[in-house]
Write a protein that binds this ligand. Structure first.
Ligand SMILES: Cc1ncc(COP(=O)(O)O)c(C=O)c1O
Length: 373
């Protein structure tokens, strides 16, 4: 049986630190009560897990008030909560061509949106934000690192343009959290949304939303919080305002350990290692006939296509033991910018647990395929 080569860490990190597995198992086996539902020790233990996870995330993202950190079931929920919870009918949301469907679709659902264009490297020039922002722009959303080609966006410029126009700014840090400095203050973001199951190495079914000013966002999901239960109105205080329904305590316990791992290792060190692997692969691919690499090598993502072949065809030829992501990566407009709307891209994404030999093994496998087609 061949060994599996997992190179799809931009989708989710399959391998996690041992402490993450242990925390999930502990939370399941020793019993997790329903957080905020009752004063019993199991319930209180679950509240403690949430608070500790908030503290870890606050440290990682430099969020001043850890109560303003919300746990969601993925990045998609966090992004939707902000887009649908900040805009009124007449408000415009400025997004970029590089956004994931988790931003594109709620913006389209809202209906009043503008798109800042990206160049052929998948980069949205700062002037695009300044140019596209209008009197009705209430919110700007920009991905920090493109999930398609790994290009890093000028989020500080996007935040500045938004604030100069009196708009709010949200960074989608799904690809950068855990592999880049993501600092709410330095970024001057009003909201940071990210997945918990990618670079933060938490379990699937986790996402994070950091909120600067909870008064600037309505709760679009309301329900039981275990607090003020006789009131028919959603609590306005944090985090209850956005924590409706039973929380996924085993997953949050795992995420807490994933974030602690990132804090110990250093997000910049993790990112530097992944970039090193990605650049080594890029160099090899650029020397293969018919292969074109996209983006700017700003992250652990290397995206390429092969002349005359669709990305899915290459994926099939790579076989089931080499796990990469082919196609459109839920970001169709990004492919229009890159010129790959017809056929998509093969995306190789490295994680902290990949080794240098994985670069060689992938390049060798691709080389053999290309020799035979
Ligand atoms: C940039 C970006 N934003 C949002 C998402 C959505 O993340 P999730 O699947 O956790 O909702 C992804 C997932 O790949 C992503 O890459």
């Amino acid at each position: 049986m061949s060994i599996m080569l997992y190179l799809d860490n931009a989708a989710t990190t399959v391998r996690k630190p041992r402490s993450v597995y242990e925390a999930v198992i502990r939370a399941m086996v020793s019993g997790s009560g329903n957080a905020g539902r009752g004063a019993n020790k199991l319930s209180i233990g679950s509240v403690k897990t949430i608070i500790e996870a908030q503290e870890a995330a606050a440290e990682l993202f430099n969020v001043k008030n850890e109560n303003n950190i919300i746990f969601t079931q993925n990045a998609t929920y966090a992004l939707n909560m902000v887009i649908l919870g900040t805009l009124g009918a007449k408000d415009n949301v400025l997004i970029t061509q590089m956004e994931h469907n988790s931003v594109l679709r709620p913006a389209v659902l809202h209906g009043n949106y503008t798109i800042a264009a990206a160049d052929k490297y998948g980069y949205v020039h700062p002037s695009e934000f300044r140019k596209r922002i209008g009197d009705h722009t209430k919110l700007t959303v920009c991905t920090h690192i493109s999930n398609v080609c790994g290009t890093k966006q000028p989020v500080n410029d996007a935040a500045k343009a938004a604030h100069n126009a009196g708009a709010l700014f949200m960074a989608d840090c799904s690809q950068s959290a855990g592999a880049e400095t993501v600092d709410m203050e330095k970024m001057d973001a009003d909201f940071i949304a990210c997945a918990g199951h990618k670079g933060l190495m938490g379990p699937m079914g986790t996402g994070i939303l950091c909120i600067r000013d909870p008064d600037k966002i309505r709760a679009v999901i309301t329900g039981g919080t275990g607090s003020d239960s006789q009131s028919l109105k959603q609590p306005e205080y944090m985090p209850d305002k956005f924590h409706s329904g039973t929380m996924n305590i085993p997953a949050i316990a795992g995420l807490k350990e994933g974030i602690r791992f990132v804090l110990r290792e250093g997000a910049e060190n993790i990112g530097a290692y992944e970039k090193m692997l990605s650049r080594a692969l890029r160099e090899k691919l650029e020397n293969m006939r018919g292969v074109r690499v996209y983006g700017k090598s700003d992250s652990g993502i290397t995206a390429f296509d092969v002349d005359g072949y669709g990305s899915e065809e290459i994926g099939e030829l790579l076989g089931e033991n080499i796990i990469v992501r082919c196609g459109y990566h839920c970001a169709p407009l990004a492919h229009k910018a890159l010129g790959t709307y017809d056929g998509g891209l093969v995306r190789v994404s490295f994680g902290y647990f990949n080794r240098r030999r994985d670069v060689c093994n992938f390049a060798d496998a691709l080389y053999k395929i290309l020799k035979n087609i």
